[in-house]
Design a protein around this ligand. Structure first.
Ligand SMILES: *[C@@H]1O[C@H](CO)[C@@H](O)[C@H](O)[C@H]1NC(C)=O
Length: 275
């Protein structure tokens, strides 16, 4: 038993105006690239490789950082490819620094966990995230927004658009009960507020399960919008239906049809951010 975690491969802390480009990161013991308390960060033309069975080898984790652009990169690791975070339970709540203004685009990769993730450590809040033009091959969960009781904080104004996934255990998952706690001192009344998540233009093939969209009973997730989504199954023409609870929002041209919690939108397929 080690009293410390394995280290990040590269971690910038309290830094600004950083460019990381044209680098190959290989076989990190933990998260690969971790900008924390940073602003104005560009990460592009990087290749990140770690064995699919290596634990916690997230590709890029912007953490309590603002104005971060991650683009034109290939990531194949044993954990989430890109995960936007902002601190863990009582520690993140106390520090209170959100991640905001995060652009993730033209990323290709494979992972047994998530392709594009927000969370699960979002206690300082995560807002204004745009992920677009993402290609995923053999992933655990294509798009995963995740938080937990005790996290507090917020997740709002998240847009994921233009995703091709081929081979996924789950297509889309939004969940309020994911990830564990740093210690026993987390506040069980610190409920995250999740509002304004748009997922659109997603094409999936060989998607074993469409996934689930589940908020918290005492903090339902609102403004969820799914539009122009087509998930093809492994066994049937569409993957098995979404499971939903404690959420509200709209859906437009989604296959399989999501669930009664999302009302049909007859607009032009556009999601207004805060429904
Ligand atoms: C939502 O986030 C996008 C970036 O993805 C940003 O351009 C937009 O201004 C944000 N909207 C609000 C209401 O903050």
């Amino acid at each position: 038993y080690l009293p410390f975690t394995r280290p990040n491969l590269i971690e910038f802390k309290n830094s600004r105006s950083i460019i990381i480009s044209n680098v190959i990161f290989q076989n990190s013991p933990f998260w690969n690239i971790h900008p924390v308390y940073c602003s104005n960060v560009v990460i592009r033309y990087v290749t990140i490789l770690a064995p699919l069975d290596s634990p916690n080898t997230d590709g890029i984790d912007p953490d309590s950082s603002s104005n971060v652009c991650i683009e034109d990169s290939y990531i194949s690791t044993g954990d989430d490819l890109v995960a936007v975070k902002s601190g863990w339970d009582e520690y993140g709540i106390n520090y209170g620094r959100p991640s905001s203004g995060i652009v993730i685009r033209r990323i290709t990769g494979s992972s047994p966990f998530a392709g594009i993730a927000v969370g699960s450590e979002t206690s300082g809040g995560v807002e204004n995230v745009l992920a677009e033009d993402i290609n995923l091959y053999n992933v655990g969960v294509g798009i995963h927004v995740k938080t937990n009781i005790g996290r507090g904080g917020f997740i709002r104004n998240i847009t994921v658009s233009g995703v091709y996934m081929e081979g996924a255990r789950k297509g889309i998952k939004i969940a309020g009960d994911v990830g564990d706690h740093p210690d026993e001192n987390f506040n069980p009344n610190a409920l995250p507020v999740v509002k304004g998540i748009t997922i659109k233009n997603v094409w999936g093939v060989k998607v074993l399960d469409s996934g689930s969209i589940k908020g918290l009973k005492n903090s339902p997730f609102t403004g969820i919008c799914l539009s122009d989504i087509n998930l093809h199954g492994v066994k049937g023409p569409t993957s098995p239906p979404f499971k939903c609870s404690d959420i509200s929002g709209v859906a437009y041209q989604v296959k399989p049809w999501p669930c009664s919690e999302l009302t049909s939108s007859q607009q032009t397929g556009s999601c207004s951010t805060y429904v």
